[in-house]
Design a protein around this ligand. Structure first.
Ligand code: NAD
Ligand code: NA
Length: 398
């Protein structure tokens, strides 16, 4: 079978397994060249949200960089079936695992709903059986629009909305190659509450409580969750909107987790990442014009980073300098994005950008290319005319 990209708006309905393999290999190569003089690198790591974006990059950086960590990765992905080829994250898990095995690293993939108690039990068992009973680091990198309410089984749904007043912005459509005007009404109280339930810190805390109760965290265990703040230009839709309120909740959760981890001298961290094209971020209306301008400017200045560059810089750089935190104690790997010279140029591009010229003014080809690559397409090293053997794929398991 020949697999073509099938894009619907900002959602990819197909993915290319060989391209996913290329994506994982490229990231591995970028971590293998990292160096670290720290003797406090984590050796046993649990990654929640391990199959794509920042979670996958964290896992690759920690396994294939100087930490050489054994990992357990939890994700929610679909495999190949008669209905379709499955999701990119499914193949990322498979090819990560293959590469880790070659390097004699432990790598366990757990595929299922990280919010469920069943998956918590599977993780506990895997930590005992595969990692010798405890972990040194828990990476919390889930991104989702829904979370089941454990008491009722009904779903909380996040809504990406401004708070207080409506916002006009633009959203990209990768299917039509267009930038479309969108008007977002302000969130209702319920939308605010539910977004905080889905993307705030409650589940992170609950995971850390579970792992503490089961004695699965090593002495000095660290945990990190990822956040975004962004510049003034995106505040109405992000930082001061529903997602930003959820992130503020996440930031406060760090204090609760620090209290929880006191007895094992553990530590909770927030790393504020830069804006990047991921499966989750392309859903945020109003963010894309900013991404188009940001990519152009950061590439021009030689400062562009993808998820793997960010995670390498986090785990082999910023992490170890305890003095390198902001006033709130957050780790800022969005430091280059927020540089005054970058933002000045980004704002100048945004002031000119319209639905007609966005592909010229901004780095549309770059953003589209990264979006396609998230799904295994647009890799120069992959021959897309090659036949993909579906039966052979069915035999692969994460
Ligand atoms: P992503 O969509 O690439 O990855 C999300 C991961 O969560 C995937 O591995 C997915 O399988 C997993 N997942 C989702 N629901 C799950 C469930 N119910 N059970 C188990 N696994 C589940 O997203 P991302 O952009 O890497 O986001 C990760 C974190 O980074 C988020 O907190 C996000 O807010 C943050 N962040 C993203 C950006 C950005 O620009 N993309 C910037 C800063 C911070
Ligand atoms: Na992730």
């Amino acid at each position: 079978m020949i697999i073509q990209p099938q894009i619907q708006g900002v959602v990819a309905r197909s993915c290319h397994p060989f391209g996913c393999q290329a994506a994982v290999s490229e990231q591995i190569a970028k971590s293998q060249t990292q160096q670290s003089s720290s003797d406090a690198l984590p050796k046993r790591v649990l990654i929640l949200g391990a199959s794509s974006g920042f979670g996958l990059a964290s896992r690759i950086a920690l396994a294939f960089g100087p930490a050489k960590a054994d990992t357990i990765g939890v994700s929610f992905e679909r495999g190949v079936s008669d209905k379709g080829i499955g999701s990119a994250g499914w193949y990322n898990n498979i090819f990560f695992h293959q590469a880790a095995e070659q390097d004699e690293l432990v790598s366990t993939n757990i595929v299922g709903d990280a919010f469920s108690s069943e998956i918590r039990e599977q993780v506990a068992k895997a930590i005992e059986q595969d990692l010798g009973g405890q972990v040194d680091l828990v990476v919390y990198s889930l991104a989702t629009g829904i979370r089941p309410n454990p008491e009722t089984g009904e779903f909380w749904r996040s809504a990406i909305r401004p708070v207080g007043e409506s916002v006009e912005g633009y959203s990209v459509n990768f299917e039509k190659n267009s930038l479309d005007k969108v008007s977002l009404p302000p969130a209702t109280e319920q939308e605010i509450d539910e977004t905080i339930k889905v993307m705030g810190g409650e589940d992170w805390l609950s995971w850390m409580q579970f792992l503490t109760e089961r004695n699965l965290l090593a002495k000095g265990c660290e945990t990190v969750a990822y956040s975004y703040i962004g510049p003034e230009h995106t505040h109405a839709i992000y930082h001061k909107g529903t997602l930003g309120l959820a992130k503020t909740h996440l930031h406060h959760t760090r204090d609760d987790i620090n209290t929880l981890l006191e007895s094992i001298k553990g530590n909770a961290n927030i790393a504020v990442c830069k804006a990047l094209v991921t499966k989750a971020s392309v859903f945020i209306p109003g963010l894309t014009p900013y991404l188009l301008a940001l990519y152009r400017v950061m590439k021009d200045k030689g400062l562009h980073e993808g998820c793997i560059e960010q995670m390498n810089r986090l785990f082999y750089g910023k992490w170890h300098d305890a003095a390198d935190r902001d006033a709130e104690g957050l780790i800022r790997i969005d430091d280059w994005e927020l540089r005054a010279d970058i933002q000045l140029e980004v704002n100048a591009l945004l002031a000119e950008m319209t639905s007609e010229n966005f592909d010229n003014i901004g780095d549309y080809q770059g953003v589209l290319g990264e979006f396609l690559q998230l799904n295994g397409f647009a890799f120069p090293s992959v021959d897309y005319n090659q036949d993909v053997d579906i039966e052979a794929l069915k035999a692969l398991h994460p």
